[in-house]
Ligand binder design. Sequence first.
Ligand SMILES: [Fe+2]
Length: 311
Amino acid sequence: MQAVSVNISLLKSLLSLATVIEAKDPYTGGHTWRVSRYARLLAESLGLSEDEVFIVHFGSLLHDIGKVSVPEPILNKQDKLTSVEYEIIKKHPETGLPLVREHPLGALALDIVASHHERFDGGGYPKGLAGNDIRLFARIVAIVDAFDAMTSARPYRAGMQAQTAYQLMAQESGRQFDPVLLSAFLDLGKRGELDQILGHSSEERLMQGCPECGPIIVIPVHWQSGDKVICPKCLSNYNVHPDGDKFEVEWDQTVNFTWIPEPDTDTISEVAQYAPKELGLQSDFLEFSVFDRKSYDASKVLSLRSRVNSL
Ligand SMILES: [Fe+2]
């Protein structure tokens, strides 16, 4: 067992990078936050240890860090992607690897960054890994990432209802998704435990579209009356008014052309708050690479445990 101390400053700086990258893609507003919260819930329901749940929570915030390599016109395209554009997007798991591989904490997220688009039946990318050859943490994120993609609006389509997504995902049991993990996720959905995240862009904040141009305006948890928010696409400044558990946004007639994305400090603080001082890891965890996997079989152990817990 190898102890890895969790340096909070290092953790925050890496998550700052990840959340700023998300802001490049205004239509996904809150995607990373939702994926990390769904992943945490699923990891907890599987009976994973506190350290493992933390790694899933932290790593899922970094899962799309490789999208820094995707040109914004492709990320923000209003129409369906061409096959060439899709191929460019599909490179993001691999381009994310060098961004996290050498970082002492980023290495914890290696599996998730590299393998969250693998399919259980081997038909995913980038490696076409199948079954338990895809590490457990990545199999968890594959499920919650797909669920959020289905239930969130994109420039070219509206998000679907959660019940429809559950039905479609159930058809992919053993195909796109690990059947045991999927069944635990669908149970969470049935029990309504995902509702606190679904349709939200941050804790307690329902998703709010820009009235002018459509993408999500994330309203921070710490937002207070009088604060302004900005549309990441059209750069309009909005005054926000509470309206029950929702908000109304009203354009203040100004546009901020000098705006640059800021880190999502609420989400970063949330992860930091759960961070253990020290993680106990299998001795080869940090040396492990999905591109050179030989010996590490913790995924099998963890997968077995989840199967036992689900009985
Ligand atoms: Fe991704």
